[in-house]
Design a protein around this ligand. Structure first.
Ligand SMILES: [Zn+2]
Length: 221
């Protein structure tokens, strides 16, 4: 991880950053880096459970933006920016201005390392697939000269295809921090419990945050 400087995470929804990369973000922040995050949506079409059952999409967007601010403090993110595209509909967003917005974010922060979803979105969520495509297109556009490396979140699908992770972070030593950041996304707590259990102990199946190098110094790997 020595080469990880000026790192930006580009995901679809508030909570993607914590699900996939809470401990990587925290480790970077603890090393004095200032990791930044770009989210394509505000999560306004997220599951509406309990107290949020009757919320409008606009109300949920506001709640989730506040939850994201709290999670960002826990994770040590220096910046969170939102593109505010409609949740669940990233596939319908016009490609060129979407790529432009990601290029602008990368250039504004002079990112050297970019992290996003893999091609399959990790779980085939259409928004995750879309942001992976757009981020990759931005990095490959020739308009982001600061970028040296693009990493994808490493998934079971990539393992099946014979790829090996380039970076593995053990969640266990950071579990209390990750659980707190997950709890910050309180409106999504049912989905979080489905994925991570009771949050008291780190489930072995969710123990590692893994990433694979997809693009290095001008070439897609
Ligand atoms: Zn998501």
């Amino acid at each position: 991880m020595e080469s990880w400087h000026k790192v930006g995470f580009i995901y679809a929804h508030p909570d993607d950053e914590t699900f996939l990369s809470a401990c990587l973000i925290r480790e970077l922040a603890d090393r004095g880096e200032e990791p930044v995050l770009l989210l394509a949506t505000k999560g306004d079409a997220g599951k509406k459970n309990g107290a949020f059952a009757h919320s409008t999409n606009e109300e949920l967007a506001e709640v989730r933006t506040q939850e994201m601010e709290r999670a960002a403090q826990i994770l040590g993110l220096a910046v969170v920016e939102h593109l505010g595209y409609p949740d669940g509909k990233l596939k319908e967003v016009e490609t060129a201005p979407f790529v432009d917005a990601v290029v602008d974010f990368i250039n504004k922060h002079q990112l050297k390392v970019v992290v996003s979803f893999p091609e399959d979105g990790g779980n085939y969520h259409p928004d995750h697939v879309a942001i992976s495509q757009i981020t990759t297109a931005a990095v490959l556009s020739g308009r982001c000269p600061s970028v040296e490396q693009l990493y994808y979140y490493f998934t079971a699908k990539l393992a099946e295809d014979g790829y090996k992770p380039s970076l593995i972070i053990d969640t266990l030593p950071h579990w209390a921090m990750k659980a707190e950041a997950l709890r910050a996304h309180q409106s999504q707590i049912l989905a979080i419990h489905r994925h991570f259990g009771d949050l008291i102990v780190c489930p072995e199946s969710r123990r590692y945050e893994s990433f694979v190098l997809a693009y290095d110094q001008g070439a897609l790997l």
